[in-house]
Structures are given as structure tokens and as C-alpha cells.
Design a protein around this ligand. Sequence first.
Ligand code: NAD
Ligand code: ZN
Length: 342
Amino acid sequence: MRALQKTQAGEGLEMTRVPVPEIGPDDVLIRVNKTGICGTDMHIWNWDDWAARTVPVPLVTGHEFAGEIVEIGRDVTDLSVGQRCSGEGHLIGRHSRQSRAGKFHLDPETRGIGVNEQGAFAEYLRLPAFNVVPLPEAIDDEIGAILDPLGNAVHTALSFDLVGEDVLVTGAGPIGIMAAAVARHVGARHVVITDVNPDRLALAARVADVVPVNVAEEELRDVFPRLRMKQGFDVGLEMSGNQRALDQMVETLTMGGRIALLGIPPGKSPVDWSRIVFKAITIKGVYGREIFETWYKMIAMLENGLDVRGVITHRFDAGAFREGFATMGGGASGKVVLDWTG
Ligand code: NAD
Ligand code: ZN
């Protein structure tokens, strides 16, 4: 089968031919139809310090996918051949206290497909049946292929009650934009999204009913009177990993504000802790998706009017993966989806 592999330590990926994976008794084999390119895949493509430290070579990359089950393991009883699905790319252990308490997303033994284990940028993917999430009719393969990052957005956005709240999303990347759309969907009063990239802000405004602010050009506080805001934002969703964005969030949050942090700063970054103490701010770090509550809720929302399709701006055949990665690297796109059916 065709598979997009990191074949050697260094930049780039190569389309290679590898055997179709063999499945174990608790696995399924999925024919991959569509995959999404993630920021993580860009790190692996670029072979930065994190990738060099983390990713074994050779490795089939990719973790955002949708497809169809073509084979099921001997002991799998609740899935069937022909079923359309996506799936959780975090493979969890069963031994930690967290796993045994059912908090699967907090398992410290988690391994990621396309990062530590063979991934989804291929014609076939082996996945434990436990990780499979069947897709309803209403969710087609290209939306199925972005459920992983939508799940990051949903997990972050649902960290706090947003009903009637004024929400600040910092970073209008694909995940920030989807988080803003979710915040609107669940009943936030105002959603303001910031970035320094005008293309991304324009995309945000097309996808969701949000107030875009280019913080390279505008004062964020200038939106307060326009939105009848008195003190500041009630909830902040940090989706940029940028130090200045987090500072600005702390600065513009109201007393008792709440912050969910998904963005990953590149290294250690200073925080004005006294501001956080005096404003009595609550901060929650967010990793991955809640397994499987986030999947349940996002599918329910997609079936009930949440529309994030506009965040997909580019579609390529898998053979044109170089163009796909270049588009993603250009910084102006939303999600880029590769089609493996050709
Ligand atoms: P992205 O890089 O596409 O988007 C980040 C955006 O932040 C960019 O558009 C950038 O222009 C913008 N930005 C830069 N400086 C800014 C500033 N001062 N103010 C506001 N915006 C600014 O990233 P993405 O794929 O949308 O992911 C969002 C973040 O979440 C990234 O940091 C990513 O590493 C992280 N992430 C975390 C998890 C997790 O499990 N915690 C999972 C996936 C992604
Ligand atoms: Zn991803």
C-alpha cells in the first residue's frame, strides 16, 4: 500500500510502498479515505527538536483520518466490516490509576499514532477497536478527517460554562477558529478571536459568528464598548502558544475569569503570576480529547447544526502531499485535507 513515511532523520516525508498492516484479535483494519494535515505533522516534516526527540524512524505519519472498516479482529464484537469511522489516535494503556478510573485521556502511558506508532497517512490503518469512533451518515469523510483537531477545540471550549459569557479566543489557527464556532454554538454572548495574521482572521469571520481583532494593528480593549463589555472577558481559550497572546488574555480577563490553555508555547515562558492571583483567575491545561466524551459531544453538535466545514480551505490527492504540506506551511490556509481514494 502507499504510505507517507518519515524514512530518515531529517526534513520531509516520502511516499513509499509498505505491506498492509496485520491486525491482532482486538484490532480493526481501516481503509483510509481522507486525512487532515496537523501542526504536529508540520513539526515532523520540519524535523524540529521535538520531532527528532520523539519520532522513531522509519514511521508512517498522520493521525487525523476517516475511512471504512475492511477487516475486524477475532475478538471484536461491536463493529462490522463496511462501517464508516474515524478514531481516537491516542493509544492508551490499561494499567495507570487514571485509566483504571476511566480517565483515559489522562493516562501517562499514552502513545500517538503517526507520532510514536504507525500512523494514518496510508491506504490502510490498523487501530485497536477500542479507539474506533463510528461516523453517522451526517458526517462525511472530510469532516471525519478533522474530528481530531475539532476534538481539541471542543475539549477546550467545553472546559467551562460558556452560556451568556464573553469569550476571548487567542489564535485563529484551525483549532482556534473551530473553538470559536463551538463557543457560539453552545451559547456564548460574544466571541472575540485574535491573531496577527489577517488571512486567518478573515477565515475565522467566514466560518463563525465572531469578532476578529488583529492585535498587531488594534487595541483589544477597543472592542469592549462596542460589545457592551464592562470589565473584560469571562473566559479565555488560548489557542496560539504565543506568550504575548497569553499576557493579553490575562490582561483583558475579568476578575474571577477562567482560562483553558491548549496552545503549546515553544519553551518555558514567563507568566505574571501576581496578576493571576489578584484577578483570582482559574487556569486549566488541556491535552488531546476526553476519551470518549469529547467525541460523543462533538458528533452530537455536528448533527445539530455546528458547521465547521469552512475551516477546510484546501483539498489535495495524497500523491500531491508536497503541495499540501507547502500550503499548510504557508500559514494562510485553514485545514488541508488529503484524499487517499485515488
Ligand atoms: P496554528 O499554529 O495553526 O495557529 C496558531 C495561530 O496563532 C496562528 O494563526 C498565529 O498567527 C496565531 N498567533 C501568533 N501570535 C499571536 C498573538 N500574539 N495573538 C494571537 N494569535 C497569535 O495552530 P493550530 O493547529 O490551530 O493549534 C493551536 C495551538 O494548539 C498550537 O499551539 C498547537 O501546538 C496546540 N495544540 C495543542 C494540543 C493539545 O493537546 N494541547 C493539540 C493540538 C494542537
Ligand atoms: Zn492533529
